[in-house]
Write a protein of this length. Structure first.
Lengths: 379, 289, 310
């Protein structure tokens, strides 16, 4: 079976009685230390039924530890986990009834695809006939019916991950936890499975908690993203909010690889903040941090910058590199004036590419420029 | 590959020498198997005429061999059960949990492999003699288990290490309790290792001489003890046939392990042979008795 | 199994706390620890009763006088007259056997380590299969081979070798041949493991600097194999010390070893205390050998560390 087959329509899912099984989940002041080091520090969040939430962060940010505490594989030092109104904090994993999809698939090698998917139903004492019906329907939904008699090692990576997904869906858990489930797959397959996961989640109304370090994946899949760093949540918001109104330099950098332009606050009004950049120009930004005169950094995503005639924008510079990436073109500009030597990165539609060495001005919508105090470095 | 070429003379010398050494290892075994079919049990090699008499004599009336054989089989079977139970629990403790004093427990489990078997046998004799348990098959099996369990532990530790522990966690996440996880996931996956550990435990006991010698009574004599007695005190030509049977049992057992290894589909899966880095290959028959 | 394999490993900066550090009480209350203790209990209890306690009572018996009370009499007995001779014989035969097994094993292991995988596998089979066949049976094979009318002597007679047939049984030649055959798989396997790990390009490198074959062997190959040689030699020696079967069946009066003496004292003379003392002496010799191995190992490591530091 080719890897590129599309999942059949999901009307089957409703036939399998899978829809609307998602339950809300709340986490309160969850905390975990290893030795003297705090891995997760007072993490709290409310997740609604049917919501797709992603924990986004680099390794060591505490995202996986948080997920494992929700799953029960790891006991929190303090705090609580409540699923559908039931406190499960001290329960063993097998008593929580959650679903889990692992990065390494973890299909049972001694069972066929069918037996793997039937396994959780057998644990629940589901009758043979009911098992046949539900496993059959779930496999059909994932386009795996032809593989039912095969062993996991005879399947490709993408197929194995779909079996793992079926195995977690088949018993209608109130919340499904996914730990970088696509991490071991190549880019093309990852994109395809992202779509499938998202579609199944929406159609079935599943509550999903997804862990990844890939911001693009998080943006595609999530209703809300919790950006994590050093065991804390930096910001828990919708993708759009995170992208357009990052609350910390870390979030700005992590989600969009923002440009950080050093300067100081020249003027604060009710509508916006004016920042005098070290390169000379003044940029208009959202009203955020900083009293007048304070050292700040103005952050703006490469995709939110536009070109304008020299000296018309907040910054003027010469075009240093131009790289075509499909329909986009990536441009770097070396700002003139001041001590700043860091290049500014832009992403423009391919038709608007400047020439190398051209003198250009830079502008941005004030709503897309954030200001952060210059105390910590994001990234 | 950068390789230092050896001289033809050196290569020939080495080839001849190593062939002789391999012959040195194989010859005693070949001689027994061939002689066991020869008319003249102790005589010329190769035999001038062939016969199956020595094998039929084993089961003739008044022969002591059937009793010894069945006792050895019984003891070996009990040893296998004891050793698998101890081996599986110990391997689980050593591989799958946090164990205080882990290295002490590990050392204790492997210690019987390096302690002289005379000392173990003597100690067991001093334990069972006052309890009037000399000659009891259970006592002999308990003694053999001291030697067999380290081998089982080593094999099963390697087996458990080869099973992704997260598979067990995955089953737990779906609602399987510990017993179900063990029955449905761990046990089926550990089966090749269990079979190998069982086979090695069996032949360790079946071939064991020294502990059996100390713990046997006049009526209960295991096969190796009987062989030893015949070799030392009287002449019974059928001992050659018994020896050939012992060889066959060991070869069949090793072949079985090989088959299990093949069937389990993982040439990569280690641990079906009892090897341990620090000790080399301290398994096998009563090599140190 | 205890459900924490999935728990993310703490960052390298945060090593898992040692059980002692967080208190044994905490450690014991941990699910995973309780599970471990539960599973370790059968084997530990078993070995304490059937392995540690018997050896301990052997020790006690060896220190007990005939009328009770503490005595070292059995140990002084062991180091006197015929008993001392037997001890020395044991050491001598063990040394001869280990040396022979080491040399022969070295030749075979280095030959196998140069073979193509298929041939190496077959050769290894010839080494390993006998190892799992009863040593008693293999010894019997040697008795057939080495007897006055055995294969070896017949061959020697046919070739008109002067002095044939040669006495090969019930003397030291027989014992050493038989015991070496039993010990050989150990040395071959241990040495093979070390030799497999040697980068043979190092030998070529030495040759490129102008080293001759003997120099390469002496200055490069042997030093690289040395840890394996020490390991195999000492282990072989330890195993020989308590060995019973082959010396008992293939040796004469003069080849009686300690294990035979213990057997005789227990089975024929009912002299348990003396046997216990001999057993404890064997045990101590074994410990000494293992200790020597450990010391040599750490000395070797220290030497290497100094080499890298300077």
């Amino acid at each position: 079976m080719p890897e590129t087959d599309v999942m059949p329509e999901l009307s089957l899912a409703s036939a399998a009685g899978l829809t609307g099984s998602g339950k809300p989940l709340s986490v309160t002041r969850l905390r975990k230390t290893y030795g003297g080091v705090t891995a997760v520090d007072e993490v709290s969040m409310e997740i609604a039924a049917g919501e797709f939430v992603t924990f986004l962060g680099s390794s060591g940010s505490g995202k996986t530890t948080t997920l494992m505490m929700i799953a029960g594989f790891c006991e929190p030092d303090s705090g609580s986990v409540v699923v559908g109104g039931r406190d499960v904090t001290r329960l063993a994993p097998q008593k929580r009834g959650l679903g889990f999809v692992f990065q390494q698939y973890l299909l049972f090698p001694h069972m066929t695809v069918w037996e793997n998917v039937a396994f959780p139903l057998q644990l629940r004492g589901v009758s043979k006939a009911e098992q046949r019906r539900r496993v059959g329907e779930t496999l059909e939904m994932a386009g795996l019916s032809a593989m039912a008699r095969r062993r996991p090692r005879e399947l490709s990576g993408g197929q194995q991950q779909r079996v793992a997904l079926c195995r977690a869906l088949v018993y209608r858990p109130p919340v499904i936890l996914m730990d970088e489930p696509l991490g071991a797959l190549d880019k093309k397959l990852r994109d395809q499975l992202q779509n499938e996961i998202k579609r199944i989640q929406q159609e079935l109304g599943l509550t999903v908690i997804y862990v990844t370090h890939d911001q693009e994946e998080a943006l595609v899949l999530s209703d809300r993203i919790a950006v994590m760093r050093d065991g804390r949540i930096d910001q828990f918001d919708t993708p759009q909010e995170l992208f357009e109104r990052p609350r910390t330099p870390f979030v700005a950098d992590f989600l969009g690889a923002a440009n950080f332009l050093p300067g100081h606050v020249e003027q604060r009004t009710s509508g916006h903040t004016l920042v005098r950049l070290d390169t000379g120009g003044v940029v208009k930004a959202r009203p955020q941090a900083g009293t007048e005169g304070a050292r700040v950094r103005a952050a703006v995503q490469p995709g939110r910058l536009a070109l304008c005639p020299p000296d018309d924008g907040f910054c003027t510079g010469t075009v240093e590199t131009v790289t075509y990436v499909g329909t986009l073109v990536r441009v770097t500009v070396r700002p003139l004036g001041g001590a700043a030597t860091e290049l500014v990165r832009l992403e423009l539609p391919a038709g608007r590419a400047p020439d190398l060495g051209e003198r250009v001005g830079l502008t941005a919508d004030p709503a897309n420029v954030s200001v952060f105090p210059d105390t910590e470095h994001g990234g | 590959m950068i390789e230092l070429r050896s001289t033809p003379a050196g290569r020939i010398t080495l080839a001849v020498l190593s062939t002789l050494i391999l012959l040195f290892l194989a010859l005693p075994i070949i001689v027994i198997v061939v002689t066991s079919f020869g008319k003249d049990a102790f005589g010329s090699f190769p035999p001038e005429a062939w016969t199956l008499d020595w094998y039929t004599q084993l089961f003739a009336d008044g022969s002591k061999w059937p009793a010894a054989l069945s006792l050895s089989a019984l003891v070996a079977a009990m040893t296998t059960v004891f050793s698998l139970i101890l081996g599986m629990t110990a391997a689980t403790a050593l591989v799958r949990s946090e164990l205080p004093l882990r290295s002490a427990v590990y050392g204790l489990v492997l210690a019987p492999l390096v302690i002289p078997q005379v000392v173990i046998a003597l100690g067991l004799f001093l334990l069972f003699e006052p309890a009037a348990m000399l000659g009891s098959p259970i006592a002999i099996a308990l003694g053999h288990t001291v030697l067999a369990s380290p081998i089982a532990v080593m094999i099963l530790m390697a087996t458990l290490k080869g099973i992704d522990e997260r598979l067990e966690d995955a089953a737990a996440s779906m609602g399987a309790n510990r017993l179900t996880v063990w029955r449905r996931i761990t046990l089926p996956l550990a089966m090749p290792g269990m079979v190998a550990a069982g086979i090695f435990s069996f032949i360790t006991s079946f071939d064991e001489f020294f502990i059996s010698q100390f713990l046997s009574s006049v009526d209960t004599v295991t096969l190796p003890v009987q062989v030893f007695n015949v070799l030392q005190y009287n002449v019974d030509p059928s001992v050659t046939a018994v020896s050939a049977i012992l060889i066959a049992v060991a070869v069949v057992a090793l072949a079985l392990v090989g088959v299990v290894r093949k069937l389990s589909g993982s040439g990569k899966q280690d641990g079906l042979l009892p090897t341990e880095p620090g000790l080399g290959l301290p398994a096998g028959s009563e090599t140190a008795s | 199994m205890a459900g924490t394999a999935l728990a993310p490993t703490p960052a390298p900066a945060a090593p898992a706390p040692a059980p002692g550090k967080r208190g044994l009480g905490r450690a014991l209350s941990d699910r995973r620890t309780r599970f471990g203790l539960l599973n370790a209990t059968p084997v530990v209890v078993y070995l304490l009763i059937l392995f540690v306690y018997p050896i301990f009572s052997t020790l006690m018996l060896s220190l007990k006088g005939e009328e009770g009370g503490f005595t070292l009499q059995w140990y002084t007995d062991a180091f006197q007259g015929a008993n001392l001779e037997i001890l020395l014989t044991t050491l001598r035969i063990s040394a001869e056997t280990s040396l022979l097994a080491l040399v022969v094993g070295f030749v075979l292991a280095s030959a196998i380590s140069r073979l193509k995988p298929l041939w190496a596998g077959l050769a290894m089979l010839v080494v390993v299969v006998p190892h799992f066949i009863s040593a008693l049976v293999r010894t019997y094979g040697w008795i057939i081979l080495l007897g006055d009318n055995g294969v070896v002597n017949n061959a020697l007679t046919d070739m008109h070798v002067p002095g044939a047939p040669v006495q090969l049984l019930y003397n030291e030649i027989g014992v050493v041949i038989g015991t070496t055959a039993v010990m050989l798989p150990y040395t071959v396997l241990l040495l093979f493991a070390v030799m497999k790990g040697i980068d043979r390009r190092l030998l070529a490198a030495a040759a490129s600097m102008g080293a001759g074959r003997i120099t390469i062997f002496r200055r490069v190959y042997v030093p690289l194999v040395a840890p394996g040689l020490v390991n195999a030699g000492v282990l072989c020696f330890i195993l020989c010390l308590g060995y019973y079967l082959t010396p008992a069946l293939m040796g004469g009066e003069k080849q009686t070893m300690v294990a035979s003496l213990i057997d005789e004292q227990v089975m024929k003379q009912n002299q348990w205390n003396g046997a216990s003392a001999l057993g404890i002496i064997l045990l101590l010799l074994t410990f000494a050998g293992l200790l020597l191995l450990r010391l040599l190992k750490s000395a070797g490591e220290a030497l290497r560390n100094r080499g890298t530091a300077s």
